[in-house]
Design a protein around this ligand. Sequence first.
Ligand SMILES: Nc1ncnc2c1ncn2[C@@H]1O[C@H](COP(=O)(O)OP(=O)(O)OP(=O)(O)O)[C@@H](O)[C@H]1O
Length: 573
Amino acid sequence: MTTSRTSYVPPHLRNRPPSADPAPISHSGAAVGNGYLGYGGAPSAGFRSVGHRDGQIGGGGGAWNNRSNGWDRGMAREANPFGDDVDTDPGFGALENTGINFDAYDDIPVETSGINVPPPVNTFAEIDLGEALNLNIRRCKYTKPTPVQRYAIPISIGGRDLMACAQTGSGKTAAFCFPIISGIMKGGQSAASPARSPRIACPLALILAPTRELSIQIHEEAKKFAYQTGVRVVVAYGGAPVNMQLRELERGVHILVATPGRLVDLLERARVSLQMIRYLALDEADRMLDMGFEPQIRRIVQQMDMPPPGIRQTLLFSATFPKEIQRLATDFLSSYVFLAVGRVGSSTDLILQRVEYVHETDKRSHLMDLLHAQRASGDQGKQTLTLVFVETKKGADSLEHWLCFNGFPATTIHGDRTQQEREYALRSFKSGKTPILVATDVAARGLDIPHVAHVVNFDLPNDIDDYVHRIGRTGRAGKTGLATAFFNENNSSMAKPLAELMQEANQEVPAWLSHFAAQSSYGGRNRGGAGGRFGGRDFRRDPSANRGGMDMYGVGQMNGGYGGATNVASAWD
Ligand SMILES: Nc1ncnc2c1ncn2[C@@H]1O[C@H](COP(=O)(O)OP(=O)(O)OP(=O)(O)O)[C@@H](O)[C@H]1O
């Protein structure tokens, strides 16, 4: 990225007729349609105004698409993801989300950096998200935005690219879904109609996630948010029959949620085109851009037909964002805003963290002690779930058998299980039928499972970021949780980052761990950066980022289309 980049197109210019806008994609004139090449009715069809509540969609009247491949019929049939009486508007006042301590987030420091950062809001009502989406927000019982939502939604609605880092369980999914759904509803994101083939799906938004279960979860969430808005959300992930996913795509898609591997497959089969993409969101973005996924992501984003940065809007979200990944991510962004809620990579202090010294050979009996104590305390008769992380798939299977044998119903999720088994295991865990889930890192990121009261790191990971994500499966949405880690000499390289992380989250660090930390040299990934152990901020503020003539931060020089002076607002400074 250079300071002279001029490709950023502000939102108000994005909808100009092609003649007035030299951008390669035309965004006007044609209907939003169904996001499906060649299934178009008349270009003027536009979205149908959705019910009498929604004043947002329409702008052209008519149906979504009067030869709409059954879309309007489909909307009437749309399953109610809330399972309540959808005609009843619950109203914000009536919906205190019991058990959620919103105030827990109120004093979290927030940093934004970039040029002309749109200001945050305090309520959803302050943002023009559209009535249909607002109704769904109320149905979700979201009474007020979480900090990441307060900042990220106005930034995204303002058309800006965003790199957002906020703690686990703090509502990032809604933070990227709301602006995308609202933007599509507003109809400004109309699709041109290249009509190359009637069998190529052309989504307007792409949300990529690293695991199948996470993509399923985001799809379920997004469907709730998009209910009765006219925005259609489809999911595509590996391990499940592709034909069913193709059929769903054929029915039309505005927002495609996908795992990278399955998406590449669909692109190679020429069943999906990315040429209409207006929004690209990477959830768990640091994971998506690390060595495992980076080539696939580059392939999807840079080597297919997706519009470039500045034409599309790119939103990157995670709880952790190592500096080297931040740097790499700039390839995908244009004049972006960096947002950090809490220190980058920090854990929330809603999680009580304990580290116990346990020899390798004692781990099973120690786990048994914990589970017995948990059972005895009973947690007021409520069903509590325990998630146990282990290093290997084999280790997961063998621990599961042992737990079951000893009277603790458990199941397991890891990469050697079939997708059907994985989904069954997750359902069985969520429902409390098997209240213990033994998992590898496949369950470490993003999964939002209510009632996970305890996360046990039976085997500690080698990277502190992985630890942050793992323990983040508890202590979500303002609720408290417990995380216990078993530590021994094999984990020496984790001593220092673990002790630092715990200290930062106001946790009690055992003296023996401090001793280990003092002795060991930190062998893990270096997260250090400007102004903090954990590189807790925008890497563009690190003087080394500007070496070699690249002015990454562009102090007063970044001309990203918004112009004006650099604006850094930081509650940490
Ligand atoms: N404004 C809100 N009010 C109440 N609950 C909310 C709000 N926003 C999100 N939630 C709930 O908070 C929980 C956590 O949200 P989400 O899964 O998006 O977290 P996240 O930040 O993506 O976490 P992770 O880093 O683990 O992926 C979900 O159950 C979600 O429904």
